[in-house]
Write a protein that binds this ligand. Structure first.
Ligand SMILES: Nc1nc2c(ncn2[C@@H]2O[C@H](COP(=O)(O)OP(=O)(O)OP(=O)(O)O)[C@@H](O)[C@H]2O)c(=O)[nH]1
Length: 653
């Protein structure tokens, strides 16, 4: 995260800053021993702030009883949030009238308010943070833009205009102002006393992929809620004709934080309602009421209402007659506002089309070298030419000829001389076709992305379902699946089958002596030794607690080699000192080995036999291997060669 150095920028005195009671609150909250009583007294001096605070407290309270006093509102909302809300409200009051510098202050706050309400709503679904804290984060997360607009009024309005031509604002800000709104926001929020846990996610809210936060962590969750809140705010303020393009992306993002379409749609509707209510309270103009999200989701692609909507198409005009070419070009570019490329015959047009990828090809019919029909057929023969919209210009409106043109692949025809109004109307149809095509392509891309993300999520879920999270060994469920598969194969093939149950001796004393987290580390260490010592093909899992299961690979499963392996493992663990920081621990394990026998009905009987052997090993003094064989429990040869290490686990410092 790069934070702007406010002093170096020499702009600190020009930065938007809270005034009056908000400023006093900011100062007061810097004192560690400030009491709610003192804060309440301060707020009482500003009736507008007091009223808004009580309204906010009521907006988030769980009970039906209304909060009516400032003290109650302060303790409900929390000191931190009171301070942040006071700052946000104070800034709105001071910076909401548009000075004539081109920066739309009302739209800025309207957008910020939307982000605040949206992130608060989303936070309730994941409970990553207090929703009041997040409300203030949403309200202030683009405060750097406001700052830049106030410090560099003229330059900043020019940058905003350039941004609307497709250059990212952050890039323009860095280029012309040597800082950007995110750096400045971070610096200002730190100055206002916002905790880093919020400032960092706010800094990355436009580019979450650059944050490096680990998946599922608290900053990661906050960041993704802020990101989604911004997308929702952008969506609400975008032009109606462009709204449908954002819907699938929004649904995908909602899905990522665990919201199904129904719940997500309802949340968006509630956000929009609250936006209007809060807009009135703070005197910020919220846009007209949007239709319900479900309605917007099922709406058909918009049709252009006038020619301005249908402008800016890339048109390839093919005409051999120079006068007609000039006239048509003039009409298309100057009157109708399209970008026009020209060619004099079909062959030239084919080459140019490949180069400029036009949206529409308007071609004359009769031309030398390659006529309009041949050009259309050639275009349709290519993959990229399938979706081009082709309009044929013709002087005769003979039905047979027209059918011929449509059979060759044209989408429409216009008779010459061109009638401007009719031509404009037909281009609108072409524009609509283009819109549908783009939305279809977008949906397909999103579907691909969604499928890829779903595959990753499913793989992760599968991993989590079969893995013990502490030791990262396969878990009991996975072990039981292997056991039952191996049992079936051994049954069919008649091969020998051996399993082992391993249990750490006196593990409870490790927890008791050193605490649970050291106990966890010992479990991890033992798992790692088992993993390293196990023979190739043997599968092992953590059964739970301090018990592990090894299912020997059928080829390895003769009793002698399995006992040797168990002994080696036991010996290895008894010899290895486990060091965790300053603490050094030696532990031992007991192992029960069992062999599949004819009288065993299923794998459970095999586990019971191994358990009996384990119990016998424990009873015989622990740190040893026992074998269950033909209803007998035998100490496994060779007997433990190492000195018996008995309870409790010794502590060496
Ligand atoms: N740290 C930690 N402890 C666990 C975990 N799962 C189980 N335990 C503890 O493991 C201990 C098992 O204790 P016991 O079943 O009495 O067995 P033991 O102390 O190993 O004694 P013996 O098996 O008789 O040698 C209990 O104290 C559990 O709380 C875990 O995931 N982490």
């Amino acid at each position: 995260m790069k934070i702007a150095d406010l002093n170096q920028l020499k702009i600190s005195t020009l930065l938007p800053s809270p005034k009056g009671v908000a400023l006093a609150l900011l100062e007061a909250c810097r004192q560690e021993d400030i009491s709610i009583n003192e804060i309440t007294k301060l707020i009482q001096t500003d009736p507008a702030l007091a009223g808004r605070l009580i309204q906010r407290a009521n907006a988030t309270k769980q009970t039906t009883r209304a909060i009516s006093s400032i003290a109650e509102a302060v303790s409900h909302v929390g000191l931190n949030a009171v301070k942040q809300l006071a700052m946000g409200f104070s800034l709105i009051d001071q910076y909401s009238k548009d000075p004539s510098n081109g920066f739309d202050y009302q739209e800025f706050w309207s957008h910020s308010l939307l982000m605040a309400i949206a992130v608060q709503k989303l936070s309730k679904t994941t409970q990553a943070s207090s929703s009041e804290d997040l409300f203030s984060c949403g309200l202030m997360m683009r405060i750097g833009c406001l700052a830049l607009a106030s410090i560099y009024p003229d330059q900043y309005s020019q940058l905003i205009q350039q941004q609307s031509r497709g250059i990212p604002l952050q890039q323009l800000e860095q280029q012309y102002l040597q800082t950007d709104h995110n750096e400045l926001t971070a610096a200002m929020l730190i100055n206002f006393g916002f905790p880093t846990i919020f400032v960092e996610p706010i800094y990355y809210h436009e580019t979450p992929e650059n944050s490096g936060f680990s998946e599922g962590s608290r900053p990661y969750q906050i960041l993704h809620q802020l990101y989604l809140a911004k997308q929702i705010a952008d969506f609400a303020l975008t032009k109606e004709s462009e709204r449908s393009q954002c819907i699938s992306e929004l649904l995908l993002l909602g899905g990522k934080i665990g919201l199904d379409t129904e719940t997500f749609g309802d949340s968006i509707d509630q956000i929009m309602q609250e936006w209007h209510i809060w807009g009135k309270i703070l005197k910020i103009t919220a846009k007209e009421q949007l239709p319900s999200f479900h309605k917007m989701m099922s709406a058909a692609a918009p049709r252009p209402e006038d020619a301005t909507n249908a402008s800016s198409l890339r048109v390839l005009l093919v005409e051999d007659d120079p006068t007609n070419l000039i006239l048509s070009k003039e009409l298309l570019s100057n009157v109708l506002g399209h970008t026009v490329y020209t060619a004099n015959d079909g062959q030239q047009a084919l080459a140019l089309a490949m180069e400029v990828s036009p949206h529409i090809v308007i071609t004359d019919w009769m031309m030398p070298i390659m006529n309009g029909l041949e050009l259309t057929k050639s275009l349709r023969a290519t993959e990229w030419g399938q979706n081009l919209y082709v309009i044929m210009l013709t002087s005769i409106e003979d039905e047979e000829e027209v059918i011929k043109a449509f059979n060759a692949g044209v989408d429409d025809y216009v008779t010459k001389p061109i009638n401007i109004r009719a031509f404009r109307a037909r281009l609108r149809a072409a524009w609509h076709y283009r819109q549908l095509q783009e939305s279809w392509e977008r949906d397909r891309e999103q579907l691909k992305r969604f499928a890829a993300e779903l595959a990753v999520t499913n793989r992760k879920l599968e991993y989590y379902a079969l893995t013990d999270m502490l030791t990262e060994l396969p878990n009991r469920r996975s072990g039981m699946e292997t056991l039952s598969e191996t049992w079936s194969i051994a049954n069919r093939s008649g091969q020998l089958m051996v399993i082992m149950l391993i249990d750490i001796d006196h593990f409870k004393s490790i927890n008791d002596n050193y605490g649970h987290s050291i106990g966890d580390k010992v479990l991890k260490e033992v798992s790692s030794i088992i993993r390293k010592t196990a023979r190739k093909g043997d599968t092992f899992c953590r059964m739970g607690g301090e018990e592990f299961l090894v299912v020997c690979q059928l080829g390895n499963a003769d009793v002698k080699s399995s006992i040797l392996f168990a002994e080696r493992l036991r010996h290895q663990i008894s010899q290895q000192q486990i060091s965790i920081g300053e603490i050094h621990i030696r532990i031992t394990i007991s192992i029960g080995v069992a062999l599949k026998e004819i009288n065993m009905k299923n794998e459970d009987h095999l586990v019971i036999a191994a358990d009996k052997a384990l119990y016998a090993a424990k009873n015989a003094g622990r740190n040893r291997v026992y074998l269950a064989l033909k209803d007998k429990l035998l100490a496994a040869p060779p007997p433990p060669s190492t000195k018996k290490v008995d309870p409790p686990a010794d502590k060496e410092k």
